[in-house]
Design a binder for this molecule. Structure first.
Ligand code: HEC
Length: 198
């Protein structure tokens, strides 16, 4: 005869056993799943309104109505092709222009050399997929590449964006984790002495 206690233990072991054997149908937890729908929606609102991130981080394409963002490349930065463009002699300077941009508005030439808008999609190899929330907040708040590297170059407006609260920046991070990852390796910036055509 099984005692009551033994029956209870048997039931627990059986249930635990089933839990182990029956495969879980839950999808693997993605980093973005740690955030609430409300956080992701608020992040989307900030990115698409005041943040203006897409203006620089999404390549534009020309239409009869002017440039529009190419949504197939949403927030994936300067397309990793044709990064050999250099600044024509004399184009920049006190009697010329202060800044030049490529027609897709993702690459910028100025006294700092040539900068390329970063891939801020959650692709792990070429975007910010491997970034922690802390890296992201530090990057935008301190203007540091990858959160702790070299100073970020213009025209990334981190001085203003970095004034957002931790909560707002967290929500932007949450939203960026939720968008489509795009593989696009953005080249390193070109320093001023190598940026001008000779
Ligand atoms: C006026 C253009 C512009 C706007 C607007 C802009 N960025 Fe940038 N951003 C850039 C450029 C250019 C770079 C590359 C700077 C560099 O290489 O030093 C950059 C770099 C970054 C980086 C650093 C990536 C890395 O690899 O370290 C992050 C993160 C980033 N931007 C996020 C954002 C977010 C989020 C927004 C909107 C809230 C935004 N940016 C708005 C132009 C812009």
């Amino acid at each position: 005869m099984l005692t009551n206690r033994a029956v209870i233990i048997l039931v627990i072991v059986t249930i635990a056993g089933f839990g182990f054997v029956i495969p879980s149908h839950k999808p693997p937890v993605k980093p973005s799943n740690r955030f609430t729908k409300a956080q992701i929606e608020h992040g989307a609102y900030l990115v698409k309104s005041l943040g203006g991130c897409s203006d620089c981080h999404t390549p534009s394409k020309m239409t009869p109505n002017g440039p529009v963002p190419d949504m197939d490349k949403y927030l994936s930065g300067f397309p990793a092709v044709g990064d050999t463009l250099r600044i024509p002699q004399g184009a920049l300077g006190s009697s010329g222009w202060g800044m030049l941009a490529t027609p897709d508005f993702t690459s910028y030439a100025g006294p700092w050399g040539i900068s390329y808008a970063a891939n801020i999609t959650p692709d792990s190899a070429t975007g910010i997929g491997s970034w922690t929330k802390e890296m992201f907040i530090n990057c935008v708040r301190e203007g540091k590449y990858w959160g702790s590297g070299r100073p970020l170059l213009p025209p990334m407006p981190w001085e203003g964006l970095g004034r957002m609260t931790n909560g707002d920046l967290t929500d932007i991070y949450a939203y960026l984790r939720s968008i489509k990852p795009i593989s696009n390796q953005v080249p390193a910036p070109v320093p001023p002495d190598k940026a001008v055509q000779h």
